[in-house]
Design a protein around this ligand. Structure first.
Ligand code: GLY
Length: 348
């Protein structure tokens, strides 16, 4: 395993950019112009708005850790299927939230199975900064949040979540193998290729993961979700697990994931992506190889779930890859003003 100093890594990255550029004509295999200043990448089309909020901090020379927290907060404020208190509930009708955050010094914090708190990512940051631990869950996480000034919100479901839950209750079909976060079963799965616009104008989407590089070349990341809709009570996915939903190594790069958490956990997905970058792969190649590793465990089963990885390296290069078509990601830097791309996928 090669460990590169930041300077060596950046030099090496610049040297390989033209080659990768030639190899990657598809717009999803992007290479950002390296070293042009801060950059933030996030999962899904909805990431564009999240990036805008993060950019308010990054663009002024602020810290990546503050940018990713504020970006995550912005989507936690919205009503959508898969992030924050407006998200779909578990099969008993309760919304439970998972989130984690990691900075440039391997500091990390996480909450899981947290209820009634609007901003799980900020609680995760408090866990990181104010406790000797990395992860708090359930009642303990709620108690800690309240002790730190977070308000306990009512247990009511958002209107779209209530409607989805009532629909789900008609069959109460529980199929964790083929469940993905936007619903149950293959039919629903087929319908989620393109993020759906909800009645309130927001996009339906999946877990929000974002990673950022700031003007001092420090990396941080955040990941927040209400998890798989209609999951078993107590189920926790990849999003609050460092090395699964999010991993940051300030020498190399950072990665985040979206999709069926069980599958991501199985291969310590984002840690794997970062290690693949450490071994010389571009972010795109690292995400692709991690997805191939996952698919090759059981190709037949992989046809029925979605996972997407998104990575950013220390040189400001980024890339993504998914199991199925439909995974998108958003990129904001000083020279692009914010763009969304479709990731390539293993199955076409
Ligand atoms: N990726 C989010 C989850 O599986 O809960």
């Amino acid at each position: 395993m090669v460990k590169l100093s930041r300077r060596k890594f950046i030099t090496k990255s610049i040297a390989i950019v033209p080659t990768i550029g030639l190899l990657t004509s598809c717009k999803s295999n992007l290479i950002a112009s390296p070293l042009k200043g801060p950059i933030v990448v996030s999962t899904w089309d909805s990431g564009l708005e999240v990036n805008k909020v993060a950019w308010e901090i990054l663009g002024k020379g602020g810290k990546a850790i503050d940018a990713v927290e504020k970006g995550a907060n912005s989507i936690e404020n919205q009503i959508n299927c898969c992030v924050g208190l407006g998200g779909n509930p578990d099969r008993d009708g309760y919304v439970t939230l998972d989130a984690c955050i990691m900075d440039e010094n391997h500091n990390c914090g996480s909450v899981a199975f947290l209820e009634q708190i609007k901003h799980p990512i900020s609680v995760a940051r408090k866990v990181m900064e104010k406790t000797p631990h990395v992860m708090l869950v359930g009642e303990g996480a709620l108690q800690f949040a309240m002790e730190n000034g977070f308000v306990q919100e009512p247990k009511t479901l958002s209107k779209p979540a209530e409607k989805e839950y009532k629909n789900w209750l008609k069959k109460s079909e529980y199929k964790p193998i083929i469940n993905i976060e936007l619903g149950q079963g293959k039919e629903h799965f087929k319908n989620q290729d393109v993020p759906k616009k909800l009645e309130n104008g927001n996009f339906n989407h999946d877990t929000m993961g974002l990673v950022a590089l700031d003007s001092t070349f420090n990396l941080s990341g955040a990941c927040t979700t209400s998890g798989m809709g209609f999951k078993m009570r107590g189920r926790v996915g990849d999003s609050p697990i460092i090395g699964a939903g999010l991993f940051v190594d300030n020498e190399i790069g950072a990665a985040t994931s979206s999709g069926q958490g069980e599958e991501v956990i199985r291969i310590c997905g984002t840690h794997l992506v970062v290690e693949l970058m450490r071994n010389g792969n571009s972010p795109y190649e690292a995400c692709k190889k991690a997805i191939e590793r996952l698919v090759n465990i059981n190709k037949k089963k992989a046809r029925d779930f979605q996972v997407g990885f998104l990575a950013l390296n220390k040189a400001g290069e980024y890339g993504a890859y998914a199991v199925q078509p439909g995974f998108s990601f958003s990129v904001t830097s000083s020279d692009n003003g914010g763009k969304t791309y479709n990731a390539e996928s293993y199955f076409k």
